[in-house]
Design a protein around this ligand. Sequence first.
Ligand SMILES: Cc1cc2nc3c(=O)[nH]c(=O)nc-3n(C[C@H](O)[C@H](O)[C@H](O)COP(=O)(O)OP(=O)(O)OC[C@H]3O[C@@H](n4cnc5c(N)ncnc54)[C@H](O)[C@@H]3O)c2cc1C
Length: 366
Amino acid sequence: MTKKYDRDVIVIGGGPAGSTVARYAAIGGANVLVIDGRDPIGTPLQCGELVPSNDEMRRLCPGVPDMDDLFRTPESAISRHSKHMHLVPPSGKPLKFDFDGYVLNRVAHDEFLVELAKESGAEFLINSRVDKVDGQRVVLRNGDSYSAKIIVDAGGHNGPIRRDYWNEKSTKIPVKFVLMDGDFGEAVELHFGSMAPGGYAWMFPKEKGANIGLGIQRNFAKGRSLNQCTEQFISKYNGEVTFNGAGSLPMSGTIKKFVKGNYMLVGDSAGMVLPSNGAGITIAMIGGRIAGQVITENLSSGVPLEEYELRWKKQMGKVMSNSKRSFKLGSLLFRLPDWILNLMFNRLTKGIIWRAVTCRRMFWIF
Ligand SMILES: Cc1cc2nc3c(=O)[nH]c(=O)nc-3n(C[C@H](O)[C@H](O)[C@H](O)COP(=O)(O)OP(=O)(O)OC[C@H]3O[C@@H](n4cnc5c(N)ncnc54)[C@H](O)[C@@H]3O)c2cc1C
């Protein structure tokens, strides 16, 4: 491959998206450098830590091939295997569903993805923040710079290429969460209503304790702050808080283009979060695999990088557009008073609500 640059590929960010791009690009023979500002990657925790199992992913994203190759979650990164999901309206009376998922140790999970990428041949430079990207050169905060033929921004929704070279805006939902000690049962819970205006709250039980948090849309919150909403929701649970975390989630779904010239966006930087349920880890990895594979085909036989967008649409287009539609409808419905939401969560609507949360068409025409 090319000698004109320091590397074939530089990936900014070694989270689930970046490590997965690196893993598949390196498997295909590319010379890959991942640069990440954190040390270790994945810390501090910024996540609810829930992912569907591989079987559940096959049901949720039927267009995605070979899930077992992509998702190799080791036991050491799983805190609890849950078989049930409760969707809870303000009344607290849940609709109960079968759902096969893992509540992760997210930090161990990110570390595992980094190891997979390294075993495939990718090189990592950590504790090194990228300041900007100039042409084919990636410039670090300390002044060092590296060049590559292809540069991938997997640095989240504020990644440097997304920030400087894309105009499209995404709705971002601010999120706060805690880790709490205690016994919280086995079911994962999503809560909807005025406790999380325009968003939702969660309680995901871990092996010990739980990950509890919520995200809101500020323009729905009628003056209540994220802190107030979080404190109020968390106070429903008994236990000692052992960790406080915060972040924000892109909730507009994918942006229009993931490729410009030799720049590519993957994961949160491309909006690869399902807005109806906040799933971003597995979705970033689906995008990461496609990007990594297309990169190697580009380097070896000139396949255009835009092929990445086409394959994404084929594998995830329907799921993403269903999820966007559900989120828009949810945003309207969740403006309604809690007593109406309580009435709406009933046996007759149970199937429709589940289809909306799991990114399927809610009705035959919609
Ligand atoms: C509070 C919260 C709860 C969530 N809960 C869940 C959940 O339960 N389940 C789920 O599936 N998803 C959840 N998500 C979403 C999920 O975490 C993301 O969608 C996922 O991490 C996206 O992966 P990524 O690799 O694109 O980005 P990230 O995981 O954010 O990784 C980006 C990496 O890029 C690095 N980086 C960024 N900028 C630079 C720079 N300039 N220079 C160098 N390095 C840089 C960062 O250090 C980081 O390591 C949650 C998100 C938040 C904020």
